[in-house]
Design a protein around this ligand. Structure first.
Ligand code: FAD
Length: 441
């Protein structure tokens, strides 16, 4: 009897986690193709099994396939279903947690940060060109000062970058020059990074998956991993199938830890939300973002925005750290957009959606190994477009025997919150409320 009720309870639990199609977003509505990959049935073998069909997993699978490895990629829902197919599309130089890396690793950390700053951009550019991925890649990214005092930090940052020899791609914009750059009076200056930019993330992710499939990667959607094992003979179990591989990679912001205690409490989920207006006219666009820059403000709880290729304003932000989505995303986001751009007060909102950002406690992406054949890469704290591609290359290098950068990341000391996830979220919510109040003061 106990066995029966236990089995029924398990069956009920499983019924809740059926695969989901894309949420309604501007990206899903403008996806280039709708290729569906089959669900895994039975047992397959491969050199490497990668879990997660976001940028982390897809970029790892593609890199390994380019190096001749046989790869199986397992995605619970659809390719790019998670943050990778929903984000602001801002391709930002560097990774989160750079100061912690430098503090913990000293000169080696400073060199690492410098060396990898634009590596994700390079990988994306190479793939867009090599595989003909249409993802609206455009250049120009700006961080704007939400408070006058933030400019001092930005000037110092740009000075450091000039010393690094990045002078041809980065420039300070003072407050009195701002109206030449953006059609808003909300900010006190900033800096432009012309090496960074923006793109259609779902089309990039699906394009990279198609490239991986063309190189022989076996991709399975609707294939949620429910258990796995590292060790001498690693395996991965889905509801209806099993993969036996020499190496397993937990590729991405996957909140199921598969019983791996060393991943517990390392990253916490935070909601972030985006609205997309109807397409603006050319004249309207010129009053808002004439240089087609992707923009993020300097608050801890930040706003970010950019124009899509079909001239919609994509305005995002307002992280929610309690793991509860707002009842009406547009009601939260639209007033903020109109505050920054009053000229958009009549622009209709056609899409609204949200996604989950994995915030790592010390902000440094978590890249490491749980056992000799079980790797993970995850937790980009909202800076994942560039960083996922960097992390995927570092993990792929390690699997192929080059461990220099992997070893540096593996040396980073991460904080694991010894709390239940929900309690951890409340702590994070309180912390972010503190920063939000500080941002406003
Ligand atoms: C609203 C929003 C805006 C953002 N804006 C930006 C931005 O402008 N610029 C930027 O650089 N970053 C941004 N980010 C962050 C960035 O999107 C992420 O850091 C990045 O996409 C993470 O990629 P990932 O592959 O690690 O995770 P994900 O893309 O979340 O992929 C994980 C995948 O794993 C799958 N999965 C989960 N559990 C299982 C399982 N048990 N078995 C199999 N598969 C499983 C999921 O379905 C999902 O597809 C934003 C994020 C959000 C949510």
């Amino acid at each position: 009897m106990w066995h029966l009720s236990f089995t029924l309870a398990r069956a009920k639990q499983r019924a809740i986690v059926t695969a989901q199609d894309y949420i309604r977003s501007y990206y899903a509505a403008t996806a280039n193709n709708q290729t569906r990959y089959p669900a895994l049935e039975g047992t397959v073998k491969a050199d490497v099994c990668v879990i997660g069909g976001g940028f982390s997993g897809v970029a790892t699978a593609l890199t390994l396939a380019e190096r001749g490895r046989s790869v199986v990629l397992l995605e619970a829902n659809r390719i790019g279903w998670g943050a990778s197919g929903r984000n602001g599309g801002q391709m930002i130089g560097g990774i989160s947690g750079e100061e912690t890396i430098k503090r913990q690793l000293g000169a080696a950390g400073a060199k690492l940060v410098r060396d990898i700053r634009y590596r994700g951009h390079e990988i994306i550019e190479e793939r867009v060109a090599k595989y003909g991925i249409a993802c609206d890649l455009a250049y120009g990214w700006m961080e704007v000062a939400a408070r006058p005092r933030h400019m001092a930090h930005m000037r110092a940052y740009v000075e450091g970058r000039l010393k690094d020899g990045d002078g041809d791609q980065i420039e300070v914009v003072e407050a009195d020059q701002m109206t030449q750059v953006l059609g808003t009076h909300s900010y006190y200056g900033g800096y432009i990074d012309r090496r960074s930019g923006h793109l259609h993330p779902l089309n990039l992710c699906r394009g990279e998956a198609a490239a991986a499939a063309s190189l022989g990667v076996k991709i399975f959607e609707d294939s949620r991993v429910i258990n796995l094992s590292g060790g001498a003979k690693p395996w991965v179990q889905t509801e209806r199938g099993r993969v036996e591989a020499q190496t397993v990679v937990i590729g991405g912001e996957i909140f199921n830890r598969f019983g791996q205690s060393r991943l517990k409490g390392m990253m916490l989920p935070a909601g972030s939300y985006i609205i997309a207006t109807e397409p603006l006219t050319g004249a309207e666009t010129a009053t808002v973002d004439p240089q087609n820059l992707a923009v993020a403000d300097s608050n801890v709880v930040l706003d970010y925005f950019r124009m899509s290729a079909d001239r919609r304003m994509l305005f995002g932000g307002r992280c929610n750290y309690t793991n509860r989505d707002p009842h009406d995303i547009a009601a939260v986001m639209r007033p903020r957009m109109v505050e920054v751009f009053p000229q958009l007060k009549d622009a209709r909102v056609e899409f609204k959606w949200g996604g989950t950002i994995a915030i790592v406690v010390n902000r440094v992406p978590a890249i490491g190994r749980l056992s000799p054949n079980l790797y993970y890469l995850q937790g980009y704290s909202g800076h994942g477009v560039n960083a996922t591609h960097i992390a995927a290359e570092i993990v792929s290098d390690a699997i192929c025997g080059t461990t220099e950068k992997f070893d540096l990341f593996a040396r980073i000391k991460h904080t694991q919150l010894p709390l239940s996830e929900q309690f951890g979220n409340y702590m994070l919510a309180l912390g972010m409320l503190y920063y939000r109040i500080r941002d406003l003061m």
